[in-house]
Design a protein. Structure first.
Length: 68
């Protein structure tokens, strides 16, 4: 989770706002775009799904914190 949060902060700092919608969109691209999926799957089978799940879990955590 720490690595995913660090990635989200990197995206936030250099590319987009802090919206959890942006990371969720990137998570969906990991699975929907064959180029991204293949990139991660070459490194480790199942990594694309694992990364997408971790991004969604982290976004959920950020939304809970923002609502608290």
């Amino acid at each position: 989770m720490d690595a995913v949060e660090e990635h989200r902060r990197h995206i936030d700092r250099w590319f987009y706002d802090r919206s959890t919608g942006v990371p969720r969109g990137l998570a969906e691209i990991c699975l929907a775009d064959a180029r991204f999926t293949e990139h991660y799957e070459r490194r480790e089978p199942g990594l694309a799904q694992y990364l997408a799940d971790a991004i969604h879990t982290n976004a959920d955590r950020q939304e809970r914190r923002a609502g608290a």
